[in-house]
Write a protein that binds this ligand. Structure first.
Ligand code: SPV
Ligand code: MN
Length: 630
């Protein structure tokens, strides 16, 4: 270590923390920590290694300084984000690009020099009076070709504590790799804190420097903006994956048991925020590996995936004993859980929207003391718990956690699922003709009605290919091409499925129950093993009534009627055509590097639908299509 750094670090660290830094022999790391120590100017530095004692220190410190508070159940704590800091800040999240770099108009960017200057200005002396935490993690399982080491600097105990739950420890990985050059770096400061929350929202920035594989985040605490290893690392990993020929996806990974419980088939699934992604990965009786981000590689002719994380930062709205028994149990029994932006009732228990219990009358939430009719500083009504309230837990504390979570080789992917919030167009489940058809007509065409997971209006239909648009760090066309290329030369390809849990009838009521997704996934599992027939339609294969009726009976003990099936699975051709036109319009007008095959494939689908319309009319019963195939 340079003598200059020895003096600097010794002036901020006690002996133990100094040794921890010194014991990593990596010049680039020391340069990084030194630079931000000088710039941010904390009072002291704590270094998080892989020992439990360090994790315990951060949790205790969060309680000590008030960024978290204890709740009634042992191990449970609560953190509040500021009133205006309840979700990802898309407007202030930008890529720093050189003048000759272009990502496309859908991806926010800023001139690199200008952005670096601005954010370094904001960071100057930002940690005066605070402690700085230097934390080492590993994205993906350790000791794996998927592993990416990462270091986080933050002055937030909540961020450091959350990260410790969500990510694998990486200090030894850094020590082992010595003078490596490639690791992700994150600098975060919550900035000025009042009543334990960030309050300088005008200087909230999330700037991503792809060239240096580094992200800056200031004046925010909300995890989606601050926990470097989550959505910020995802952006860096998308770029790195593109350069190296693998994929970073906004996907869960789950194992689905076969009917005789002798086989497990792994699925990955991409859904925009708050569209049932975690609820799918958590289906009772199945196995979860991850609910959020996956790395995928082709290995020996097969597609394999790992969970980048080892925990869940999940939306807590509508989590009840009835709807999500596994999570509900974890959230109501002792164990390490951080709740954020829920209501704390007078008994010091957390309460959230749709928890299946009687509505609370009073408590404390992100807006202060709460009671019915409460309004916030912007005069909007404040619900007792925020719609984007979250919980943070370790996967291994769940009884359905799959043994392969830490498998350095990941799991073989049998099927890939794409979903969105769509009230009037797509059937509940369909299988694409093949990989390219799925990627181009389903994955690249995801639209979803917006939710509370990002700041801004809700319920607006937004294009969101692979549920990854918010995180793309490469041009859209390039990203689609990478998704096509990953299976090139593969011996066994995953099947591609599309689901829609949000289809509504004429009366605006959902056509499906929350649990029906379990039937769809068991159908997909059978399809992967070629054990069930399907109906060929212009958009792909859909299930047959008889098969679903059996699955509904076996899995949910429910009668599934022909009229229900017909209403859910009828092809809504005018809506399907309108969607193709919307998607084509985006790819032709807004995306500068659309692969030719995309338009061609959409046109073919359009033609099939138009022919179908000519024969059968606007709305086509699945029974009619089936009959015609005989
Ligand atoms: C999402 O919005 O997709 C999330 C939460 O998973 S966040 O970490 O905010 O991105
Ligand atoms: Mn997500």
């Amino acid at each position: 270590m340079k003598q200059e750094y020895v003096e600097l670090f010794k002036s901020k660290c006690d002996d133990k923390n100094f040794e921890k830094l010194k014991n990593i022999e990596n010049q680039k790391l020391h340069d990084f920590v030194a630079k931000y120590t000088k710039l941010c100017n904390p009072d002291s530095i704590f270094v998080r290694t892989d020992v439990d004692e360090d994790a315990d220190y951060l949790r205790a410190r969060a309680l000590q300084i008030g960024e978290e508070k204890t709740l009634r159940t042992e191990g449970h704590t609560v953190h509040f984000d500021g009133y205006y800091d309840q979700a990802r800040d898309k407007a202030n999240t930008k890529y720093l690009l050189r003048p000759d770099e272009v990502l496309g108009s859908d991806i926010k960017s800023e001139d690199r020099q200008k952005g670096l200057k601005e954010v370094h200005g904001i960071l100057e002396n930002i940690m005066v009076g605070k402690q700085m935490y230097v934390c080492f993690f590993c994205l993906g399982p350790t000791n794996s070709e998927f592993s990416i080491p990462a270091v986080q600097i933050t002055d937030s105990t909540y961020v450091a504590h959350s990260e410790g739950i969500l990510y694998r420890r990486g200090y030894e990985e850094f020590r082992k790799r010595g003078n490596m050059d490639k690791f992700f770096r994150f600098v975060h400061s919550a900035g000025v804190i009042k009543d334990s929350v960030s309050c300088d929202v005008y200087n909230r920035r999330v700037y991503i420097d792809l060239e240096e594989e580094m992200v800056y985040s200031t004046n925010t605490q909300y995890a989606g903006n601050t926990v470097g290893l989550k959505k910020l690392a995802m952006r860096l990993a998308i770029k790195r994956a593109s350069q190296e020929g693998w994929l970073t996806e906004h996907m869960f990974i789950m194992g689905v048991n076969g009917a005789d419980d002798k086989r497990v088939t792994y699925f990955t699934g991409s859904f925009p925020s708050a569209c049932g992604k975690t609820a799918t990965a958590m289906l009772e009786g199945e196995k979860i590996i991850g609910d959020e981000i996956a790395y995928l590689r082709q290995v020996n002719g097969k597609i394999r995936a790992v969970n980048v994380e080892r925990g869940i930062f999940g939306i807590i709205q509508d989590v009840s004993e009835e709807s999500d028994p596994v999570i509900f149990k974890a959230l109501t029994t002792p164990g390490e859980v951080i709740f954020s932006n829920v209501l704390i009732d007078p008994d010091n228990n957390p309460r959230w929207l749709g928890d299946g219990r009687e509505k609370p009358e009073s408590g404390i939430n992100f807006a202060g003391n709460w009671g019915p009719g409460k309004t916030g500083p912007d005069d909007n009504e404040v619900l007792f718990s925020h719609k984007n309230a979250r919980y943070t837990i370790k996967l291994k504390n769940l009884k359905n956690c799959d043994d392969n979570l830490e498998n350095p080789e990941g799991v073989e992917v049998g099927g890939v699922i794409y979903g969105g919030r769509d009230s009037d167009t797509s059937v509940p489940v369909a299988q694409s003709f093949d990989w390219a058809h799925g990627i181009l007509t389903q994955a690249a065409a995801i639209e979803s009605e917006t939710t509370a997971a990002t700041l801004g209006a809700e319920g607006v239909r937004k294009f969101n290919l692979m549920a990854n648009l918010d995180f793309l760090s490469i041009p859209i066309g390039r990203y689609i091409q990478n998704n096509l290329d990953i299976v090139e030369g593969a011996k066994k390809l995953p099947l591609v499925f599309h689901v829609n849990y949000f289809l509504k009838g004429n009366n605006e009521k959902y056509l499906n129950g929350m649990k029906d997704k379990h039937v769809w996934i068991k159908w997909m599992e059978l399809r992967v093993h070629n054990e069930t027939d399907a109906i060929l339609t212009p958009i792909g294969y859909i299930p047959k009534y008889e098969e679903l009726a059996i699955l509904f009976k076996n899995i949910l003990n429910k009668e599934y009627t022909k009229p229900q099936y017909e209403e859910q699975f009828k092809l809504r051709i005018p809506e399907l055509l309108a969607k193709i036109n919307r998607i084509k319009d985006i790819y032709q007008k807004k995306v500068f590097d659309t692969p030719h095959i995309l338009i061609k494939t959409l046109d073919e689908q359009k033609q099939r639908l138009e022919e179908c319309l000519k024969i059968y009319g606007d709305y086509v019963s699945p029974f009619v299509l089936e009959e015609n195939q005989k």
